[in-house]
Design a protein around this ligand. Sequence first.
Ligand SMILES: CC(C)(COP(=O)(O)OP(=O)(O)OC[C@H]1O[C@@H](n2cnc3c(N)ncnc32)[C@H](O)[C@@H]1OP(=O)(O)O)[C@@H](O)C(=O)NCCC(=O)NCCS
Length: 323
Amino acid sequence: MTLRAVVTGVGHYLPERVVPNAEFEKTLDTSDEWIRARSGIENRHFAGEGDSTSSMAVAAATAALADAGRTAQDVDAIIVATSTADLTFPSSATMVQAGLGMTTGFAFDVQAVCAGFVYALANANALIASGQAKRVLVIGSETFSRIMDWTDRGTCVLFGDGAGALLLEAQEGTGTPADRGILATDLNSDGRHKDLLYVDGGSSTGTTGYLRMQGNQVFRHAVEKLAATAQTAMDRAGVTAEDVDWIVPHQANIRIIQGTAKKMNISMDRVVVTVQDHGNTSAASIPLALSVGKQRGQIKQGDLLVTEAIGGGLAWGAVVLRW
Ligand SMILES: CC(C)(COP(=O)(O)OP(=O)(O)OC[C@H]1O[C@@H](n2cnc3c(N)ncnc32)[C@H](O)[C@@H]1OP(=O)(O)O)[C@@H](O)C(=O)NCCC(=O)NCCS
């Protein structure tokens, strides 16, 4: 018998305020055309006064629980992937636990920047496969608008806020790729590249800091590493590119998404794309895309999905799962 971590619910939350590219033309030397052409982004949502990383995570988790027909009392563990926790500590996950009214189980954050959701899924899978938890809420939630340098046109036009959540439940599988649930994971990092993408604040400065990025250098690593990690995860799962119904990539830049799909020999009509509407929401982007992809009628039960992401660290990875 193989214990599989099966997605039984999905949900998301997007803040009300939608910011089109044209907004940035008022304060920066940039244009809607430049942002669309270089990134594929048209709009992004920015958190309002009442929104926080933890409040958005609670909203997304509540939607995922409703989708699964479960309550917070059914959950054993909460993992929140975020780089924009409300406070340095406690973890966002414990705040979500309280927000959901859950007084049992355990909760913790995973910090792997834009790869955070893939890391969180791998952790949830390990908890379920080892029998330590039966039901795990895995949430990606970010308020990157609060760590932007609004004078830096190379970064502030690219990011957005939002949250997405999955409920994963232990179910018995056969150990074959026909099983529903997570079939394989692959995680990587290489700290030598820490200066390509970082926030210049923390305990070393006593400030929150702002996001700094050498965008073209990150780009250079992205396609190659994403295609490689996706291939490794597919090999481990015993599936090939032809078997894949959907790639659900981290939504950073349409050119990275297209380049990776091409390298994987998968056509763009098998890729869930939301970057035009959300911008880069870091660890929230994959669960947001999963939730929106399901709402659109793209992702259906039984579909074979590959998620892949790369971000600061550098950290990157992929998960193969059957929906
Ligand atoms: C950021 C990114 C869109 C920039 O595109 P690019 O084609 O690499 O552009 P470059 O950074 O080489 O900059 C080219 C020029 O555009 C300018 N530029 C940067 N941002 C701009 C903006 N918003 N509007 C207009 N011009 C801009 C640069 O200043 C530069 O001008 P220069 O040649 O006069 O110095 C692209 O590098 C990218 O998407 N990288 C990956 C970033 C990413 O996804 N990070 C998150 C990973 S999780």
